[in-house]
Design a protein around this ligand. Structure first.
Ligand code: SF4
Length: 475
């Protein structure tokens, strides 16, 4: 499958494999990883492509994908083809069309639609309620093959949560499914809670109903069609549709079309997702069987270079099964490591510059591309974040954002520094309305970051103010 330049046929601000979006530092190419998984040979292919066609910088995204920065003009189609040849493109059914533009459009639609988030330890976690990997493969197959999904926003996303302890529960999804524990339902047949425009919660029940695991693929198909049938032209996301339609009505319509039984017993109304433990992305944890472990680390500010990506591939080949799992926290796991090799993988990650200690200041600060990479940024958030990390009070987590779009964080961080001028930031504290929630565009502009508690701070002033606000000493 070839990838001619495609921006004009399927325009969007979202980068994709065949839609290289212009940024201040060159083009931006996003590579979607199914379940965050990447094979070592694919990591090498990306590293080589980053060197030849880009700046060599590879970003880890908060949807467990990768993106190449600094893509040079003129090489876009070659880059996309090269990545596709490495098996990093969408799965597209054979088409009878011999029209290359039509074929490219089909591939781009499939690439845009494959937005399915899993736990980075799906299929590995000893405490998971359900191994979501086979089901995820079916869902991805559906998302990449439904012609109707050409009408869907490239941002429309689905979460499939198997109940793993390492899971991201602060990203909003248009549709989410979360495994329910058998003990609650008093049966043996696996079933999942389903909800819209949010995520499963450990503090309240937002489940609209439960469905059998075997019905999920058919329900997603019916839901997406129902969404497209009901949504007005300016309603691109489920949250938009729910302003004009009742969520239960939308779900019931899809279930009826798909001939799916919705379960609405009292257990659904009281169900809470078990609390997740994002801290397990750092360091080594045992997997569910075989005496194997996964070992994780976080690169400073979510960026690595091509040499580091090759180093990760080497670690995976020498000590794991040759695969890597990227996470929604802009970090990586080396899975399937024998117990005896765990110290070597930890050492290897450290020598590549990854942070393995969650208390390390660089594990507690995130930043968007900032003014070196983005024309919208009012400050160099990356450089300022590194400066802040040197003074960050113990226990404080901070997010630096160049504008209100909040590209680095789908969730609302405890503290956000929003750029207002070069080197100057307003400080926001997550408030009750956004506590533990996403930085949802449902809350407009800077409101998504919580309560503004100070203005026009330098980084030094911000570090001091963060210490006061959190009552914490400098780490
Ligand atoms: S948050 Fe704003 S400034 Fe930062 S990368 Fe996104 S659009 Fe650019």
């Amino acid at each position: 499958m070839g990838y001619p330049p495609f921006s004009s046929l399927r325009p969007s601000a979202c980068p994709a494999l065949s839609r290289i979006v212009a940024a201040r530092d060159g083009g931006l190419c996003r590579i979607k990883l199914p379940g965050g998984k990447l094979l070592a040979m694919q990591a090498h292919a990306i590293a080589d492509a980053a060197d030849v066609h880009g700046s060599g910088i590879v970003e880890l995204t908060n949807r467990a994908n990768l993106q190449l920065r600094g893509v040079k003009a003129g090489g876009e189609a070659t880059l996309s083809q090269r990545l596709s040849d490495a098996g990093l493109g969408p799965r597209v059914a054979a088409t009878e069309s011999h029209d290359p533009v039509q074929a490219a459009r089909q591939a781009a639609v499939a690439d845009d639609a494959r937005n399915l988030l899993l736990s980075p330890v799906a299929g590995l976690d000893a405490d998971a309620l359900y191994d979501t990997v086979p089901l995820a493969d079916e869902i991805l197959g559906l998302l990449q093959s439904e012609p109707r999904l050409a009408e869907l926003s490239p941002k429309f996303s689905v979460l499939l949560d198997g109940g793993e302890r390492l899971a991201s529960l602060d990203h909003p999804h248009d549709v989410w499914f979360a495994a329910m524990p058998p003990a609650i339902r008093g049966g043996t047949e696996p079933r999942f809670a389903v909800g819209f425009a949010g995520q499963p919660s450990s503090t309240r029940s937002d489940a609209l109903a439960a469905v059998r695991a075997d019905d999920i693929v058919a329900l997603i198909r019916a839901l997406l069609v129902a969404f497209l049938d009901l949504a007005a032209p300016d309603e691109n996301r489920m949250r938009d549709l729910l302003r004009s339609h009742d969520c239960h009505t939308v779900l019931a319509r899809a279930a009826e079309k798909g001939s799916i039984d919705l379960q609405n017993d009292p257990e659904v109304g009281t169900w809470r997702r078990a609390a997740a433990e994002p801290i397990r992305r750092f360091g080594a944890y045992p997997q569910r069987d075989g005496g194997l472990w996964h070992v994780g680390g976080q690169p400073p500010l979510g960026r690595i270079d091509s040499a580091t990506l090759r180093g990760l591939a080497r670690l995976a080949l020498e000590h794991g099964d040759g695969s890597l799992r990227f996470t929604p926290w802009q970090s990586v796991l080396v899975p399937n490591v024998a117990a005896r090799a765990v110290p070597q993988v930890e050492l290897g990650l450290c020598s590549l510059g990854f942070v393995l200690d969650p208390q390390d200041p660089l594990a507690r600060v995130i930043a968007c591309a900032g003014s070196t990479g983005c024309v919208k940024a009012l400050a160099d958030t990356k450089a300022d974040a590194l400066a802040l990390a040197k003074q960050l009070p113990a226990g404080v987590e901070a997010h630096l954002s160049g504008c209100t779009r909040s590209c680095a964080a789908a969730h609302c961080a405890p503290y956000t520094l929003l750029a207002v001028a070069p080197g100057r930031y307003d400080l926001y504290r997550r408030d009750h309305a956004s506590d533990g929630e996403t930085s949802s565009p449902a809350r407009d502009g800077a409101l998504r970051f919580g309560e503004r508690i100070d203005t026009y701070l330098t980084i030094e002033e911000a570090a001091k103010r963060l210490g006061e606000a959190a009552g914490a000493p400098i780490s």
